[in-house]
Each structure stands twice: as C-alpha cells, then as structure tokens.
Design a binder for this molecule. Structure first.
Ligand code: SAM
Length: 215
C-alpha cells in the first residue's frame, strides 16, 4: 500500500504522517523499493504529534478516568490513544489517512488498545463511537470548514461530556461551555521551533442545570 503515492493529495501536508511512522516504517520501505527521491518523499509526508508533557495536561483537563471512553478525532498514528489507555479503559481514534492508520495499528499492537480501535474514516462523515465520554482533537491544521463542522457534530453525540482542542479555536458549539482557554507553545516535531496554539476545554452543559437556572 505504501506505493500508492498518488493518494497523497495536497491536504496531506507536513502534518500527514508521523515522525515515528517515517523513521520506523516508511523510510525503510522506500529504501527497499529502491526509491531515490527520499527528500521528496519525506517532505510530503512528515507530520507532528502532540508532545507527551502536554498530553498529561490534556488528560487532566478532561478528567480522564478508567470508566471513560476516550476518542481522538484526527488520531494520526495513534500515539495519543496509547497514552490515554494508561488512564481510560476504552480508547478510539478516527484517522482518514490510511498510511497513518496502517502505521498506528502496528504501534498499538504493543499497547492495551486493540489496533482496530484506530478507525480509518473521515470524522466529518462517519459515525463516531457513541459510547465516547471524553474527546480530544488537534485542530492546528484543520481548515475553517472542518472546524465549523466539528463544532456542529458535537451536538450529535450522546454521551460526550468533555472535549479538548489544541490548535485553532472551535466556534462555540450549542449547549457546550468553554471552561478553559489559553495559549500554549507546542513543538510539533523534535528540533522544530515551537508555535503558539490555542488550548480549549469544552464541557457539555448539563440540561437539568440549564433548566434550573433563572431566565
Ligand atoms: C496533527 S495530527 C494529530 C495526531 C494526534 N492526534 C496527535 O495529537 O498526536 C492531525 C491528524 O488529523 C487528521 N485529520 C484531519 N482531518 C481529518 C478528518 N476529517 N477525519 C479524520 N482525520 C482527519 C490528519 O490526517 C492528521 O493525521
């Protein structure tokens, strides 16, 4: 499947494939295939992952616990799932890039997350695991339409209570409250300069509390 380079459309930019997938899987594969344009292959393939230290902060903001079902929207090569599984008993990810899903499922074989929980799909047009209670999304490279649709889709979830976004801020979803917003500096790839990104914590408004409020 690694030969299908035509699949890498322009939207699969520098954030399309993980550093780990590159060094562990893709570069060895390209060498085996005798490719000589490695610079070109890498340039159109590198992508970033949320740094580990920040993940801890994200899980704390989500109050991620054993009885939660965690969902990463735009899960890349599954590293967030692997870390989340140390806290939540069930973890899912949705990722539309088949290269990342292939690489991620191999990574997940060594974790508590069943590799098939990294779902190959577009989260804008697929059904999300409805048991999800806490979610995360790296919105840094999402276009405006994706961000708006993501905000709208939050309305269609049943059990989702909290969501953290990292990157571009989300337009306020109906019946969700912004609990925390701050700017954090993120180094997406080792050795790269850090970028200022928006960290948001969203919480679903408890309908009963809203009814009780006057006015
Ligand atoms: C910057 S990576 C983040 C990976 C991982 N969540 C992390 O934080 O380490 C963002 C990922 O979102 C994926 N993505 C973007 N739009 C998507 C969509 N509509 N459906 C599924 N995945 C999407 C991209 O392919 C990319 O792998």
């Amino acid at each position: 499947m690694w030969r299908e380079w035509a699949f890498l459309e322009p939207s699969f930019d520098l954030h399309s494939l993980s550093h780990r997938a590159l060094t562990g899987l893709l570069i060895p594969q390209w060498i085996r295939e005798g490719r000589t344009d490695l610079d070109n292959c890498i340039e159109s393939s590198a992508y970033g992952e949320t740094p580990r230290a920040l993940l801890e902060e994200i899980f704390q903001a989500l109050e991620l616990q054993k009885n939660d079902t965690f969902l990463d929207l735009g899960a890349g090569a599954g590293q967030v799932l692997a870390q989340a599984s140390l806290r939540a008993s069930t973890c899912y990810g949705i990722e539309r890039n088949p290269y990342l899903v292939e690489a991620g499922r191999q990574v997940l074989e060594e974790t508590a997350v069943p590799p098939e929980n990294l779902l190959l799909a577009d989260f804008l047009s697929s059904t999300w695991p409805q048991e999800a209670t806490k979610a995360f999304s790296t919105t840094a490279r999402f276009g405006s339409e994706t961000i708006e649709e993501l905000s709208r889709l939050l309305e269609t979830t049943e059990k989702l209570k909290r969501l953290v976004t990292l990157g571009r801020p989300l337009p306020p979803p109906e019946r969700w409250q912004l609990r925390l917003e701050k700017t954090v500096r993120v180094t997406w790839n080792p050795g790269e300069a850090s970028l200022a990104e928006t960290f948001q914590l969203w919480e679903r408004v408890n309908e009963k509390d809203a009814e009780r409020r006057p006015g």
